[in-house]
Design a protein around this ligand. Sequence first.
Ligand code: G3H
Ligand code: ZN
Length: 284
Amino acid sequence: GLVTLKEILENTRKEGYAVGSFNFNGYEDAQGIINGAAEKNSPVILMASMGACKYIGLHQTVGMIKGMAASVDIPVCLHLDHATDMDYIKEAIKAGFSSVMIDASAEDYEINIQKSKEIVEFAKDYHCSVEAELGKVGGKEENIVVSDEKATFTQPSDVPRFVEETGIDALAIAFGSVHGFYKSEPKLDFERLAEIAKITDCPLVLHGGTGIPVEDFKKCVVSGISKINVGTEFKKTFTDTIRKMCNDLPEKEVDPRKYMGPVKDACAEVVKGKIDVFGSANKA
Ligand code: G3H
Ligand code: ZN
């Protein structure tokens, strides 16, 4: 069965690795991500945005990932990414997600605490973990758009009370990463990250993994990041692969598997590369 986020992140900090959390939008990318992780004998988190869940269907999403997880020998966590709708989050928990993110980072501190805590309380009756966000990661993630001016770094002093009162299993923090493609070189505030890691044992999450250089990823992991989210790179891999395959396709070839199939291998390759950097190979 699926494992919770709490379970999959348990040894990350003390053993010095992070678990990759990868966005999928359909069958091919999801299966490719799982295949790549299985080849590396690594735990893996598959995450679906609310948009992806609505596209695939909530129950279809759970059924598909449970089926895939049952055919491999690695821990697999199914996570709902960046959800703002309280009712939808509860539906996802009831449907069988083993982790959800309540993203109330746009609200003020007290409301963020209240909403995050409400989801933690609800999830207690289910096999499900909760991630919340403090500070605002800039850029564009589905329908959540945060302008450069509105993006704010996480205040270390806000962290202890937030973690304690909400009871969350993982905390997304903002220290310079951006959702989507980077407009310029990412500048991460590693001192802030280290300071936050020092004051809390709560597993920390890096959002906006697409475009972050290998050396920065490694620094994030040694400084206390336990979960690394990568989304846009998979969208790009999916689309680039199909674009290329279809361009090369003979006119009489009509089998969708001919051009959709390679998406699985392309996504698996991306995952294997990330796992090598995050240090989660053979941690299954
Ligand atoms: O929650 C999803 C991630 O933070 C994705 O960010 O699309 O920039 O890789 P990314
Ligand atoms: Zn994110």
